[in-house]
Design a protein around this ligand. Structure first.
Ligand SMILES: NC(=O)c1ccc[n+]([C@@H]2O[C@H](COP(=O)([O-])OP(=O)(O)OC[C@H]3O[C@@H](n4cnc5c(N)ncnc54)[C@H](O)[C@@H]3O)[C@@H](O)[C@H]2O)c1
Length: 325
């Protein structure tokens, strides 16, 4: 009898852990990986994405287990037409890719501000309890501390530089979200990804961009690097990112902020050399001017997420080989 009661109670508890989740930007690079992970954990998922950079094929293996709505988060009517129960929102929809920061700053801010207000309005109307906001390492710009912890000052160094539409939009999202949440949500958590890479990530990022250019290089030796090559970054493989996100999702505390990244630093020219070596190319570097506003060093302090149990499993060299295979 007692045994049955315990088993029933455990089953009930387990069931309660399963969530009805709306993932905006769920067909994007990170969103599709989060979606697949949370489907595996038996949550009910609705993906909302306008497929501007998202791809339905990324969700092929779970397509019968999720609901996929193609829509723009700036379209409030479409968002509010969702009739399903939603208790949790993971908000990822945003314009990513450095070259777009310079090309379409207004669109970035429009999606950041109006998109966020719509999705928070949706939460209010649907009585959503939990909200996870994807922010970015770009909110730190050129940080004072390296490695950079979550207490670092957030900055917009020059209001006229279009690059800061991206980081600025994230700062607005964090600020608005934190104070909205105090009134209307039970749990609000911010995570700041730091240079996530992996298969099918979209070509506007440094690792796939280098790989593609190396492949097209043929016998030519000169390889162009944007910047001096001395810029330092830390990359996290998507599988490690998902394990970090999972810790934040399950153990993260209300109103807290978590860096998700690694402390494995690399100079950009060394990254290029590493990829060249793996691909069997010998190259000479040609440098160009640094993109205006590009931070010289970016490396997160990950003590906080480590306390939740996170550990890096994939070193950069192995992660790149994984993509190439
Ligand atoms: N990839 C990284 O290294 C990284 C680093 C820092 C922060 N982030 C943040 O993580 C999130 C996911 O990034 P990602 O790398 O998967 O980028 P991504 O471009 O692959 O994904 C973003 C998704 O949002 C969708 N989207 C864009 N505008 C939309 C709109 N108006 N309405 C609905 N959907 C829209 C796109 O179609 C895309 O599927 C973003 O918020 C990004 O800013 C990513």
């Amino acid at each position: 009898m007692v045994y049955l009661w315990i088993v029933n109670n455990m089953a009930k508890k387990k069931k309660n852990l399963k969530k009805n989740i709306l993932i905006t930007g769920g067909s994007g690079f990170i969103g599709s990986a989060i979606t697949k992970h949370l489907v595996k954990e038996k949550n009910k998922i609705i993906v909302f994405d306008n497929n501007s950079r998202g791809k339905s094929r990324r969700l092929k293996e779970v397509k019968n287990k999720i609901k996929f709505i193609i829509g723009d988060i700036r379209d409030k009517k479409k968002l509010l037409s969702i009739k399903d129960n939603v208790d949790t929102v993971i908000h990822l929809a945003y314009v990513n890719g450095t070259k777009f920061f310079y090309k379409k700053p207004f669109e970035i801010l429009d999606i950041a501000v109006n998109g966020l207000i719509n999705i928070l309005d949706f939460c209010k109307k649907k009585k959503v309890k939990n909200f996870y906001l994807a922010s970015s390492s770009e909110v730190y710009q050129n940080p004072f501390k390296i490695p950079t912890d979550e207490e670092e000052m957030l900055k917009i160094p020059n209001i006229h530089n279009p690059r800061y539409s991206y980081g600025g939009g994230k700062i607005i999202s964090e600020l608005y979200g934190i104070h909205f949440a105090k009134k209307f949500l039970k749990k609000f958590i911010i995570f700041r990804p730091h240079n996530v890479y992996g298969k099918d990530m979209g070509n506007e990022h440094v690792i796939p961009e280098f790989i593609n250019r190396f492949k097209k290089l043929g016998n030519k030796k000169n390889f162009l690097i944007y910047g001096t090559g001395q810029e330092i970054r830390s990359f996290i493989h998507i599988d490690d990112f998902i394990s970090g996100f999972d810790k934040v999702f399950k153990k993260g505390k209300n109103q807290e902020i978590y860096n998700i990244g690694t402390s494995e630093k690399i100079k950009i020219f060394k990254l290029a050399r590493l990829i060249a070596r793996i691909l069997g190319k010998s190259i000479k570097f040609k440098k160009t001017k640094v993109l205006k506003g590009s931070p010289s060093v970016r490396c997160p302090n990950i003590k906080k997420i480590k306390k939740l149990g996170f550990k890096q499993n994939i070193r950069l060299k192995d992660g790149i080989k994984k993509i190439l295979n």
